[in-house]
Design a protein around this ligand. Structure first.
Ligand code: BTN
Length: 237
């Protein structure tokens, strides 16, 4: 499959731009921008996207036969984790969509699915703080503020390479390695978490990440349940 890279200096949101592209079943498109003026996060949040960060959307068309599309967020998480590891940077994966460095958020993933005619398009958006200023230093961090001075272009190339590799495995339903990386480097397994969903919140203990990418948790009353990413957000403290 062809890889096409489309670069911007500034854009509203690479995910929003991706929704407007024409159908192209023979290529994967990578939309990159130095700055986003309306970066989107999960559950309707904004994603601050100033100069120096990495903002990328991966666009794949015609995924009719692919099941479990939310798993693509886990494919991206593993690709980011493995790319950073190659630069000597060891992070954790906070299910379902964050990459954590020294207990703070370094990167986030927003996967969206839209229909284009009869075909499905997946847009996997990745945002990472590299040399940009981070506003909320209590909860977020960047590579540079931890002394990791790596080239954004090199990291982008690595993430794209890893994503293609793990995506192929996902399409072939070879999920074992991905699930192992998610479990071995999880930020939430063994912890007590709060699960927020619409107007409710629940306390739970995290047991593991299951083969389908869902999170297995247990409650105080002994009940065990699988949580799918959907609109859920999680806090560890
Ligand atoms: C989150 O942490 O809630 C997800 C953040 C996802 C941000 C990326 S940056 C590239 C792409 N374009 C967007 O508008 N959002 C995603």
């Amino acid at each position: 499959m062809d890889l096409k890279i489309i670069k911007f200096r500034e854009i509203d949101s690479t995910n929003e731009y991706s929704k407007k592209l024409d159908l192209d079943i023979n290529s994967t498109r990578y939309i990159i921008s130095d700055i986003q003026i309306k970066g989107k996060g999960r559950v309707g949040r904004d994603f601050l996207s100033s100069d120096g960060g990495l903002y990328l959307s991966i666009v794949k068309d015609d995924l009719k036969d692919v099941e479990n599309l939310p798993f693509i967020t886990q494919v991206a998480a593993v690709s980011i984790y493995k790319s950073l590891e190659e630069f000597g940077i060891f992070t954790y994966i906070k299910w379902p969509n964050d990459i954590i460095l020294k207990d703070k958020k370094l990167a986030g993933i927003l996967t969206e699915v839209v229909s284009i005619g009869k075909s499905l398009r997946i847009i996997c958006g990745i945002g990472m703080n590299i040399s940009n200023n981070v506003k909320n230093i209590e909860t977020a961090t960047s590579l540079f503020s931890n002394g990791f001075y790596i080239e954004k272009e090199q990291l982008l190339e690595k993430i794209i390479e890893k994503f293609e590799n793990y995506f192929e495995k996902f399409v072939r339903n070879e999920l074992e390695e991905i699930i192992k990386i998610l479990n071995d480097n999880s930020y939430v397994i063994g912890k007590e978490i709060m699960i927020y969903e619409k107007n409710s919140s629940r306390k739970a203990n995290v047991l593991k990440i299951k083969k389908d990418g869902s999170l297995l948790v247990s409650y105080i009353d002994g009940r065990v349940e699988s949580i799918t990413s959907g609109e859920v957000s999680i806090r560890t403290k």
